[in-house]
Design a protein around this ligand. Structure first.
Ligand code: LLP
Length: 415
């Protein structure tokens, strides 16, 4: 959970009162802590200090260019999944040589741009993609560095929508087919097989699935070496979970401790792609209570953020903590469904929450720094929220609130 401190009866992120930010920038408002982003990134970097490694932040988790820039300045690399994310990383000052490019549907244009910039590696998800990367590399007269995303068939024991390492998932290539696929890649002529990668799912709360996957991938590296295919890196993906409610996920240090004994002996460079574990608990979503609506069955707190701002509860039934920013003692607690104004029954931020609130109160949804703003939409013609980074006692607006004019700007009438 995002760590907020209660100072003089009101919650602060770093040294800034959230009430002040809401006053100054309006709501709904995403607010991220630079100190938390930094600490979370460094926890990974330090945990893997014993081996040559590169932490590549999964841009999809939070792609604001100021957030990426904070991480780039610390030495972070980036895991991208689109040409758009590639341009964000470049705009944020990220180094191309620290970028790994994942994703199932890379286009020729995206591949060409990534090759021209000189990214570290393409994480390849299919044989057809190998052919496409090879063709673009041939045209540019270069060799493309590639890693095969293998699917180790491990159950990540997480929500089915964010589990990716099972046979039935669309991602990667079945691990037993890897030798054949690497041989094919090498024969194509313009590919340099430098690594192997896997990503088994997100919000994992124990080390066991990571260990199982690692064992299978290391065994495959040995098998490939026996066949004369020597790889120089392993990418262990992302997926380390965070605490939203009462989960007890391993810390980056515990995660590293579970994997390092087997990695150390190898002399392989280790890439990793954490997203959530770096960003989730570095951010909150601030939202104001517009109305409280008691009904015969339930009490509703209707807030100014909605599923278009934060879709995780609606999409995954994800539980995210909701806390009053300035807790009250004089108001009796009621059990509320905290809902948005979007015309969908599934539009809720939290259900059955005991809160002492009245209309006008400010609430903070914690753990919202990852898969929050990035998954937001303009559904119901709602402009997307502004984003703020706090740094000590300073606050910077790093994305302004969308206006209705912004939303209409791309549209036109028939002649
Ligand atoms: N690498 C690859 C190839 C991925 O597909 C993902 C996430 C990551 C790294 C980063 O995983 P993380 O460390 O953040 O778990 N929207 C969902 C999560 C989707 C994750 C998709 N892939 C949610 O809100 O829970």
């Amino acid at each position: 959970m995002t760590s907020l401190s209660l100072i003089d009866g009101t919650r602060h992120l770093e040294a800034i009162a959230l009430e002040c930010l809401a006053e100054r920038f309006g709501t709904p408002l995403y607010v991220y802590s630079r100190a938390a982003l930094t600490a979370n990134y460094q926890a990974f970097d330090e945990a893997f200090a014993e081996v040559e490694h590169q932490v590549c932040f999964a841009v999809k988790a939070n792609s604001n260019i100021a957030v990426l820039n904070v991480l780039a300045r610390l030495g972070a690399g980036f895991d991208i999944v689109s040409g758009g994310e590639l341009e964000r990383v470049i705009a944020a000052g990220g180094e191309p040589s620290k970028i790994v490019f994942s994703g199932l549907g890379k286009t020729e244009v995206e591949i060409q741009r990534a090759l021209e910039l000189g990214i570290a590696c393409f994480n390849v998800e299919s044989e057809a993609e190998l052919d496409r990367i090879n063709a673009v590399a041939a045209r540019l007269k270069v060799k493309a560095p590639i890693s095969l995303r293998v699917n180790p068939d491990v159950d990540a024991q997480t929500h089915p929508y964010i589990s990716t390492g099972l046979k039935e998932n669309k991602f990667g290539v079945a691990i037993e087919r890897a030798p054949e696929v690497y041989r094919r890649a090498i024969a194509l002529g313009h590919l340099d097989a430098v690594g192997i990668d896997c990503h088994i799912g997100s919000q994992l709360t124990s080390t066991a699935p990571f260990s199982d996957a690692l064992d299978r991938v290391l065994a495959m590296i040995d098998q490939l070496a026996d066949e004369g295919i020597t790889l120089s890196h392993i990418d262990i993906g992302g997926g380390l979970g965070v605490r939203y409610k009462d989960e007890t996920p391993p810390t980056p240090a515990e995660y590293a401790a579970a994997l390092l004994p087997r990695l150390k002996a190898r002399g392989l460079k280790v890439y990793m792609e954490p997203g959530r574990a770096i960003a989730a608990n570095a951010g909150v979503l601030l939202t104001r209570v517009e109305f409280v609506k008691p009904t015969e069955h339930k009490h509703f707190a209707i807030v100014d953020a909605a599923m278009n701002d934060l879709i995780r509860p609606a999409l995954y039934q994800a539980w995210m903590d909701i806390v009053p920013v300035t807790p009250r003692t004089e108001v009796t607690s009621q059990r509320y469904d905290v809902v948005g104004a979007v015309c969908e029954t599934g539009d809720f931020l939290g259900k059955d929450r005991d809160l002492s609130i009245t209309a006008g109160d400010l609430l903070a949804v914690t753990g919202a720094g990852a898969y929050g703003f990035v998954m937001s939409s303009n559904y119901n013609t709602r402009g997307r929220a502004a984003e703020i980074i706090v740094d000590g006692d300073q606050a910077w607006q790093v994305r302004r609130r969308e206006t209705t004019a912004d939303l209409l700007a791309l549209e036109s009438l028939l002649p």
